[in-house]
Design a protein around this ligand. Structure first.
Ligand SMILES: O=P(O)(O)OC[C@H]1O[C@H](OP(=O)(O)OP(=O)(O)O)[C@H](O)[C@@H]1O
Ligand SMILES: O=c1cc[nH]c(=O)[nH]1
Ligand SMILES: [Mg+2]
Length: 209
């Protein structure tokens, strides 16, 4: 199994503001984007490299560059759009896909309402973006969809993970590495992560009651 928490002081600093109930929606979106940029940067740390000649103003050198086209960025709607904003800033050349899922608040089961995936998933692989890994039902469903579309190399990037969600995702898709900004304590009776940050989609788009 591969579950890791991104070890970065700036990330932990940003997480304090993201979790804070007093942080308004516009600031929440901006911080989520910054965290998306940090997580994608970390996820690509060990990408295969090659070299190409680069002419500086003084001489020609062989410079390291990425050996393969970047992975597809796939956002799980809605809250994944917040991470996507920052992911696009650090990987502007990556194609983008969307998977729409919403969790039934009573059964906690996800249902799908949209899938738009670009070509190239088979060769590029995907970084799947969703801030919350709670019961794990949504992540498992999104990865099922990506695999059905022919995508074999997937990394799941989230902001807050619950132990229950990590266990479920690892059991269902042991080949998918999970990178989180934080591992929290547990789920409450309504399936919310504790201490968590509340409903990421609602906080992102100002739809909380
Ligand atoms: O691990 P799970 O128990 O499946 O819960 C996690 C899901 O819940 C949230 O989405 P939500 O269903 O609230 O949709 P939203 O982003 O539109 O608010 C979150 O962004 C995940 O997709
Ligand atoms: O704590 C949680 C759990 C699921 N989805 C969220 O947005 N937050
Ligand atoms: Mg929500």
């Amino acid at each position: 199994m591969s579950f890791s928490v991104c070890d970065h002081a700036l990330l932990r600093h940003r997480m304090a503001s993201l979790r804070d109930r007093a942080t308004p929606s516009n600031a929440f979106r901006e911080i989520l984007a910054e965290i998306g940029a940090i997580l994608v940067t970390e996820a690509l740390r060990a990408q295969p490299e090659t070299t190409r000649p680069v002419a500086t103003p003084l001489e020609i050198m062989e410079h390291p560059v990425l050996a393969c086209p970047p992975p597809v960025l796939v956002a799980v709607l809605r809250a994944g759009l917040g991470l996507l904003e920052g992911a696009r800033r650090v990987l502007p050349e990556a194609p983008i896909g969307h998977i729409g899922l919403v969790r039934d608040e009573t059964t906690l089961k996800p249902s799908g309402y949209l899938q738009r995936l670009p070509p190239g998933l088979e060769t590029r692989g995907a970084l799947l973006l969703d801030p919350m890994l709670a019961t794990g039902g949504s992540a498992v469903a999104a990865i099922d969809q990506l695999k059905s579309a022919g995508c074999a190399r997937i990394q799941f990037l989230c902001v807050v993970a619950a132990p229950e969600g990590v266990a479920r995702l690892v059991a269902a898709h042991p080949d998918v590495p999970i990178l989180a900004a934080a591992l929290d304590r547990e789920l409450d009776a309504r399936g919310y992560i504790l201490p968590g940050l509340g409903d990421a989609g609602d906080r992102c788009f100002g739809t909380e009651a």
